[in-house]
Ligand binder design. Sequence first.
Ligand code: 13P
Length: 257
Amino acid sequence: MRKIIIAGNWKMNKGLSDTREFVKELVDTISSLELKHTIPLIAPAYPFLQEALRESFGSAVQIAAQNVSLHSDGAFTGEVSATMLASLGLKYGIIGHSERRQYHEETDSDVLGKMHKLFEQKITPILCIGETLAQRDANQTAATILSQLKGCLHGVEMHSGNEIVIAYEPVWAIGTGRTATPEQAQEVHALIRKWLRDNYPSAVAENMAILYGGSVKPDNLKSLLACEDIDGGLIGGASLKVDDFVAMVKIANDSLA
Ligand code: 13P
């Protein structure tokens, strides 16, 4: 059975005390749950990663960075390297989020470069891919997804399926309240898994967690998780309230019962 990841991408929200209080409460609440294959994960802003790591230390809660520099070190003002993230003890890093692609012009080859930086530091990349509304309307969803997979994973060797996590986030569903239907999401998740099956040893496709992102909330998570190839969520808005986040961790945990 694959693990289920309930990942909160906080984007540019929450400062120091909000981060501390949220993670503390999350750790306290989930300590009474018997988590089976569910991994709760939070991606706070860079300055608060250390606080989140400290508060979650020894618990099931994992912490991720929202980005990483393409460069190793040197004169890159404002950037944060994979080495720096590893020095905090961080285990996960989000790369290729559509907001990075849209507002910072990140390309698939930038994302591939970032993936290698994370691999060098033994940080698991959470690779985001997804089509825009224009691409979906032009029947280019499958072509876009396959092109992103090829571009972001070009030459990347994988054997177990635990090397990365993939997050499928249709851009038109992010922050819009317009979730993909479970059928729409499952169709793309199945496509991603088939591509993995065609290009990697079978363990990779079978074990890899493929998350869905885009207006996920407690109300719609259960039906998404009921889909064969959906192994969790990458959640923005609904991850900012601890009660909603805990509710989603519980839904995930119960979905395996
Ligand atoms: P929302 O859940 O707010 O739509 O954001 C999704 C997302 O971009 C997570 O990375």
